[in-house]
Design a protein around this ligand. Structure first.
Ligand SMILES: *Cc1c(COP(=O)(O)O)cnc(C)c1O
Length: 626
């Protein structure tokens, strides 16, 4: 994990926390995992995926956009948007199949009419003492009656929210009683009824509700110390960094902005590349502690934007590169609750902010199973530029394969190759048959007379294409990237570029015998092939046949054939006089699923073939060595 700073998210700890919490619930209570604010800084997508595997029934997010990003990445669980949505967000809510929370009539009306013929599913938030966004209890009946009249609107759930379930049992009991009265007085009970957040799952068991919304406790953090006696949870997040520098300060000198720390003795200190821009709160200035070499080291002076200074004991030998733990890793003093308490902050906030500049690593079964790139929080459906998409595709492949190298290879060598011009279609060939035949020509003792026959099916791109021949590979090179070139031949450089040594003897598209015109362009023979009737075939899959006659040097002892486009079904054969060439070794170098095609050798004929429906990828080839 080579980074300056990074977070580690322990997905097994998360799953254990879920099962600890489940032990407090009734068998008919399902779970809603709250993944708002990027799952309290743990990664909304990764937590949602694990939650799905752990049998969680719902996800909760803060706004439509958070939900849309999860949908975009393939999450299918029902998603409730907990905060009031804006009318402007209705399009996103509808397009991404998100369930809004209703507590306002104007919004409810807009939601009902925007859904048209589809059901406008929603949950209603009733205030029972939170005093924030819910419908006031005295208005609840009227509100629900009006909703009942709105076409298409489906109230699938009613819920409320505790104000202080982690520390005020009396008030929470009052809230529950109020909610119970409201729910029991409804003419029709919605499918989902919920009130508990994660502390209430432990402190306020109830027989009324069938869904529990789990946030902070599922991430292993206690919002109140009293909960520690009741449930045993593990922090899911650890934040680590690396010492970037070690220095000494002399007695009387100060460290950092505004000279808030003055050394009372000579001592060493270390610089950590973490500051308030990384979420290490400015208020931890002079108050925080960091674990280094199993020792808690104090933060000296003010936390800067990008750096924090910690004091070292005289017997410590710290060097740049040593790992330091800022949060978590099972150390009591580094729990989010403790660290937040040091500056009068709150652990919810600390989790959301800490590590926002760092890469995240996900652990499962003791192994790192995934990492999220830094730019992940820009991952956002509407602004996919081509560059953005490139990065996303590459990152997704690397997550899938869990190997950066293989992903880079696949991406750069294959996908990018095809999609480099984003509007370019992929060209492929089918039923590719290539036959190369050597025979003696007594007038040319140094060369084999060589006839080639190439046949394949392909969608016709234009009313004209070319065949190219050169004596110099660099000259031929550019015909490999030209889309209008269907065949290339590298001629022995002892021969001259003219039709005595390379000639196209026939070209057909379907039944059309094409007109051929040959010219010399920049050291290449370029043979244009066309027919007046070809234009009408453009866009259709047609059969190609190209025959050539040329000469191949006898001094060479190998002949190579390349596959330059994705090709379905390959059959390449090399014919040679068996009395002169008795031993032929056939070496296919195939990319694609078929790495070992069929090879058939009889005296004078050597064939490499795949099943007709097998795909062979570009950059494949066959070498006949003799
Ligand atoms: C954030 C939130 C929760 C989760 O609360 P925790 O205290 O983190 O368990 C539950 N319900 C609603 C409506 C929320 O906004």
């Amino acid at each position: 994990m080579a980074s300056r700073s990074w977070t580690e998210i322990d997905l097994d700890a998360y799953a254990l926390n879920l099962s600890e919490l489940r032990a407090f619930l009734h068998s008919n209570q399902a779970l809603m995992q709250i993944v708002k604010a990027d799952a309290y800084g743990h990664g909304a997508w990764e937590i949602s995926r694990r939650a799905e595997q752990e049998g969680v029934a719902w996800l909760g997010v803060a706004n439509a956009e958070e939900g849309a990003v999860l949908r975009y990445r393939g999450i299918e669980l029902p998603i409730l948007v907990l905060s009031p949505s804006l009318i402007d967000e209705i399009g996103l809510l509808r397009d991404y199949n998100l369930v809004p929370t209703l507590s306002d009539l104007d919004f409810a009306r807009a939601w009902s009419s925007a859904c048209g013929d589809n059901p406008g599913v929603a949950h209603v938030n009733l205030d029972t003492g939170m005093g924030r966004s819910g419908v006031a209890p005295e208005n609840a009946h009227d509100f629900l009656n009006i909703l009942h009249e709105l076409p298409g609107l489906v109230v699938d759930g009613v819920f409320s929210h505790y104000s202080a379930s982690e520390c005020d049992d009396d008030f929470s009991r009052q809230q529950l009683a109020r909610f119970e009265r409201l729910v029991r007085s409804l003419p029709q009970r919605p499918r989902w009824v919920h009130i508990a957040n994660s502390p209430a799952a432990v402190t306020q068991p109830d027989h009324l509700t069938n869904l529990v919304r789990l946030g902070l406790l599922s991430y292993g953090i206690y919002p109140d110390d009293s909960l520690r006696q009741r449930i045993n949870l593990r922090p899911v997040m650890t934040f680590k960094t690396t010492v970037s520098m070690v220095r000494r300060v002399s007695r009387g000198a100060s460290i950092g902005y505004n000279r808030t720390y003055t050394a009372t003795r000579d001592h060493s200190y270390a610089i950590l590349p973490v500051g308030y821009a990384d979420g290490y709160d400015f208020l931890l200035s002079g108050k925080g502690v960091v674990l280094l070499h199993d020792r808690l080291c104090p933060v000296l002076g003010k936390v800067s934007m990008d750096m924090t200074t910690i004091g070292l004991d005289d017997d410590m030998s710290v060097k740049p590169g040593d790992e330091a733990t800022v949060l978590g890793a099972g150390h009591e003093e580094l729990r989010a609750e403790k660290l937040a308490a040091r500056y009068g902050g709150n652990p919810y906030e600390l989790l959301c902010q800490l590590g926002r500049r760092a890469r995240r690593y996900y652990r499962q079964d003791g192994r790192v199973v995934a990492s999220t790139p830094l730019a992940r929080r820009e991952f956002h459906a509407p602004d996919f530029s081509d560059d953005g998409l490139d990065r996303v595709i590459e990152a997704s492949i690397s997550q899938r394969l869990q190997s950066k190298e293989i992903a880079a290879l696949l991406y750069d060598k294959l996908l990018k190759y095809f999609f480099a011009d984003h509007d370019r279609d992929i060209h492929y060939r089918r039923d590719f048959r290539h036959t190369l035949t050597f025979s003696d020509d007594p007038s040319q003792p140094d060369h084999w007379l060589t006839r080639t026959k190439l046949e394949f099916h392909k969608r016709l791109q234009a009313g004209r294409f070319v065949v190219a021949c050169a004596t110099n590979p660099a000259m031929l090179e550019r015909y490999f990237t030209r889309r209008d070139c269907e065949y290339r031949w590298l001629l022995d450089d002892k021969l001259t570029l003219d039709s005595r040594w390379f000639e196209v003897t026939g070209v057909q598209v379907n039944d059309l015998e094409l007109d051929i015109e040959s010219r010399l362009v920049n050291g290449c023979i370029e043979i244009g092939c066309s027919h007046p009737s070809m234009e009408s075939l453009v866009g259709e899959e047609v059969s190609f046949r190209i025959d050539t006659r040329t000469y191949y040097p006898r001094r060479s002892h190998q002949l190579s054939v390349f596959i330059t486009e994705p090709t379905q079904g390959v059959d390449v054969s090399f014919h040679c006089p068996p009395e002169s060439i008795s031993q032929v070794q056939v070496v296919p170098v195939f990319a694609g699923r078929t790495r070992f095609p069929h090879i058939k050798s009889t005296p004078g004929c050597h064939t490499v073939s795949t099943d007709p429906d097998e795909w062979v990828l570009p950059n494949s080839g066959i070498v006949f060595t003799y």
